[in-house]
Design a protein around this ligand. Structure first.
Ligand code: ZN
Length: 882
């Protein structure tokens, strides 16, 4: 493939509005078997104050211009330049509005990038965020250009009985030759990235919702033929999301219809196009036989996320792509709050923080580091990151902590009222909280511009004679590859002083201390706070609920942590006390293993875990979280440098076995007692019980050394959660066992026709922690069901191996790196975005021992020198090497 060299860096400081204003977009899209004809009529006007001679420069990407007319008259070729990359038109009217009619011809069936208009399983669909609309027509393809759209879609009626676009349905009818049309009208001005069009032979699950002001909204979920019933849970999640946004944020839906389309070839999770969300079918379709509890939670979250974008993203959009976190961080915060309300707040918070530390921390601490609001980029597709989404959500959460829940709601109300219909910035957003609450967020704003994870150091000293606890809090932000500054930030630190019986003491900070209720506002590099009037030394429960996105370092002793693991009234911190203890034990165990020594585990730590497992006062899902030990990647991150993944694997396994042996007699009856009575239900409590049973089973397997219990569960399970958990344990613990081989084969033949389940089958084999996984993965690339061009399948095999197999990918001989580099190159030819995403698995390469480091560097260097690499992959590889 020939690619133009687009090596320019786009900078935030270069932002300026367009010279031309767009009012309306009128489109006619005619779909045919081998091509699509697109006629776009733009109503434009030179902006007041723009230079009278400025040319109109429209974006394009691999486009072919068929015709161009100005106010109905063909434009003379001397007046414009059209290339696949853009259309420049000279001599346009100095004032007054004019129309431009642009005709382009596309070949959707050849579009493997899955950006713009493409075909997936016979269905025509579009993906326009961030810069896909320019692959459909020449356009001012940027988020601050908002217009109303009227779209007419035409296609063969038998091939595409369903014709959809944004907004409300306006007209439809029959055409000659078995064709038909539908017209859609979107009254809300929107940027082009929110455009969508879908046409195909789809099934529909229909329902409706009555909004708080009594408007009836038709809800439709479209799926491939014969699968509409698998969208029932998604529909339920959608209705719950609509209620929640009304109750929690006062936000009502605004069109007569809301549709979701499930698509099998999709680069990301889902897309919030106005009134017509397009989803990876993974986040729509499920039933208990084919989906795990994790899949149910994922569908619920993504459905909510995309729906919430209608207000945070669509009604208020972003001025430019540097402001991406304005919609993404905020919408993730909203979907997290929704899940917390629908399920368990503590469990949700633990899961979110685990996700943040597993995905965002390594990004922030490695070469791909960037601020939550970047100031420059080469390829915007590479900025849909854990930093923008998840750290972005943490910043919103910190604002809520700083201004309080009521202040937060007041600030959001002002934001919605003031910026409805705008393309806004982070400054606009922050100003709403400042005005609504009087808070000073000047220093807080540094969180948006400074990359990296600040280290929060906490030291405590208790003076028994005076009854005083002295806390010293220090913050340090290291200068990283992004080079964005290291000033002290405003860090809200939620805390509690826990008494001997687990009750929270009322803290009495000495006058003038930066403490408000249960929050310490750390603003300086170092602050000392004295709490007075303490009759006994309290246990310090610091950074409750992970109130700031920092790496916490405390001087806390093991004894205190063991006490907090038992006593802390804050369930999140109770989990963290245990998790820190185990994390440290795993690091020590790794050092043992690396030295070839037997791995030791303090029995008191195992006992604390066992006690938590047995604690009936805690919900099962929370106990399951407490018992899920840090992953091998987590341990690598804790160790930080000179990491040997083989030693980590040995150590973690030995620790699991030690806990299993110590707890076996108590785990076995607990496990048996969790067996379900009655029918399967995906609700959070039932899922929590299954999660707890599943971690217990893993300990029991480790202790017994035989696969029997897992084989039994695999055979008798009536739901995917239990069946896949058993299969995973078989593959991970007994990879060479005949029982495992048989189970894998049985699973494949049972689910052969369900792509989403077969993705699990590929992923599972890709993540078997063994150096021989590489050979398996290589062989699976030749499996008849493997298709590199399908993003889910590519991620299931190659992505899972690179990001989820520590010892396979990081093989000491470098063969894992070389293989993944080779696959990235092959995938780049088809789909640069997905190839670039998989390439981010290299981001932690500097953490490993020198042998691995050299091998990884060589693989990256070789990749960077490949001819014809996409901007997407080149950008990731070059930044990884910096
Ligand atoms: Zn989003």
């Amino acid at each position: 493939m020939l690619r133009p060299d687009q090596d320019q860096v786009i900078r935030l400081t270069d932002y300026r509005p367009t010279d031309f204003q767009l009012a309306t977009v009128d489109m006619r899209v005619q779909l045919f078997a081998e091509h699509a004809d697109v006629l776009t009529v733009l109503q434009l006007e030179r902006r007041a104050g723009a230079p009278a001679t400025a040319d109109l420069v429209l974006d394009g990407d691999e486009l072919a211009l068929v015709s161009l007319a100005l106010d109905g008259t063909p434009v003379d070729p001397s007046q414009y330049d059209a290339t696949p990359q853009g259309l420049t038109i000279r001599g346009l009217p100095e004032s007054g509005s004019f129309t431009l009619a642009i005709e382009t011809r596309l070949q959707p069936q050849l579009n493997t990038q899955l950006m713009g208009l493409y075909r997936s399983g016979g269905v025509w669909c579009t993906q326009c965020e961030a810069e896909g609309f320019r692959r459909i027509t020449y356009f001012l393809d940027r988020p601050d250009v908002l217009a109303t759209y009227r779209v007419r879609v035409e296609a063969d009626k038998a091939e595409a009985p369903v014709l959809l676009s944004n907004g409300n349905p306006a007209e439809h009818g029959l055409l000659d030759g078995g064709r038909h049309f539908a017209v859609w009208d979107d009254p809300f001005p929107k940027p082009s990235y929110l455009f969508a069009l879908v046409a195909g032979d789809l099934d529909r699950l229909g329902d409706h919702f009555t909004t708080m002001s009594g408007r009836r909204v038709a809800l439709d979920i479209y799926t491939e033929k014969g699968r509409a019933h698998e969208a029932l849970y998604a529909m339920d999640a959608l209705k719950r999301s609509m209620v929640w946004d009304e109750q929690r944020f006062g936000r009502e839906y605004d069109l007569d219809v809301f549709s979701i389309v499930a698509i099998s070839d999709f680069n990301m999770g889902a897309m919030e196009n106005k009134g017509l969300n397009v989803f990876n079918h993974k986040y729509v379709l499920l039933d208990s036989e084919t989906a795990t509890d994790g899949d149910y939670a994922g569908v619920e979250t993504v459905i909510a996320h995309e729906y919430f974008h209608n207000w945070t993203g669509n009604r208020i959009t972003c001025r430019d792509w540097f402001q991406l976190c304005l919609k993404e961080g905020l919408t993730v915060y909203r979907d997290q709050e929704f899940s917390a309300d629908e399920r368990s707040a503590a469990v949700k918070r633990i899961a979110s923080v685990r996700g943040l530390t597993a995905h965002q921390f390594p990004e922030d601490q490695g070469p791909l580091q960037h601020p939550v609001r970047p100031s420059e980029y080469r390829e915007i597709s590479n900025f849909y990151t854990a930093t923008i989404y998840d750290k972005g959500a943490e910043l919103v959460r910190m604002i809520a902590t700083i201004v309080g829940q009521a202040g937060f709601r007041a600030g959001m109300d002002l934001y919605f009222a003031r910026h409805d219909g705008d393309a806004a910035t982070i400054e606009d957003f922050l100003a709403c909280f400042v005005e609504a609450t009087g808070a000073d967020l000047t220093q807080f704003a540094l969180w948006y511009s400074q990359a990296g994870t600040p280290v929060l150091k906490v030291e405590e000293r208790f003076d028994a004679d005076r009854g005083e606890l002295t806390l010293t809090l220090g913050q340090h932000l290291a200068q990283g590859p992004a080079g964005t500054g290291t000033l002290p930030m405003h860090i809200p630190v939620r805390f509690g002083l826990v008494g001997a019986n687990g009750q929270d003491l009322v803290p009495a900070p000495r006058d003038g201390a930066p403490v408000e209720g249960d929050v310490i506002h750390l603003r300086d590099a170092e602050t000392t706070i004295v709490f007075e009037g303490l009759g006994e030394r309290p246990y310090l429960s610091i950074l409750r609920d992970f109130s700031a996105a920092v790496a916490l370092r405390t001087s806390q002793r093991e004894r205190d942590r063991l006490a907090l693991a038992r006593l802390d009234g804050n369930p999140f911190n109770r989990w963290r006390a245990l998790s820190d203890l185990v994390g440290e034990a795993l690091q020590a165990a790794t050092i043992d293993a690396r030295g070839g020594n037997p791995v030791r585990l303090n029995p008191a730590i195992a006992e604390a875990l066992i006690a938590t497992a047995l604690d009936e006062t805690l919900e099962p899902a929370l106990r399951a979280q407490a018992l899920s030990l840090p992953s091998e990647a987590d341990i690598a991150r804790l160790l930080g440098e000179n990491v040997d993944p083989d030693a980590i694997h040995i150590a973690r396994d030995a620790v699991v076995t030690a806990i299993g042996r110590q707890g076996e007699k108590r785990f076995a009856p607990l496990f048996a007692g969790l067996a379900r009575q009655g029918a399967f239900s995906p609700d959070a409590d039932s899922a929590g019980r299954r999660a707890l049973a599943s971690v217990l089973l893993d300990f029991l397997l480790a202790a017994s050394g035989t696969p029997d219990r897992a084989v039994q569960q695999f055979r008798t399970a009536d739901n995917m959660t239990e069946q896949f958990a058993a299969l995973t344990m078989l593959c991970h613990r007994f990879p060479e066992d005949d029982a495992t081989r048989d189970a894998l084969a049985a699973f494949y033949s049972r689910f052969e026709t369900n792509a989403l389940v077969i993705d699990k089958w590929f992923s599972l084999q890709a993540t078997v922690p063994s150096p021989s996984a590489l050979a398996t993965v290589r062989a699976l690339t030749a499996h008849p069901a493997f298709r590199l061009a399908n993003p889910n399948r590519a991620r299931a095999l190659i992505g899972a191996f690179a990001a989820g197999n520590q010892i396979g990918f990081n093989r000491a001989d470098g063969a894992g790196y070389a293989f993944v580099a080779e696959m990235i190159q092959a995938l780049d030819e088809l789909n640069p975005q997905v190839a670039a995403r998989i390439a981010t698995a290299f981001r932690s390469w500097r953490c490993f021992d020198s042998g691995r480091r050299e091998k990884a560097r060589a693989a990256l260097a070789q990749l960077s020198e490949m001819k014809g690499l996409s901007t997407d992959v080149k950008d990731i590889v070059e930044r990884s090497l910096r």
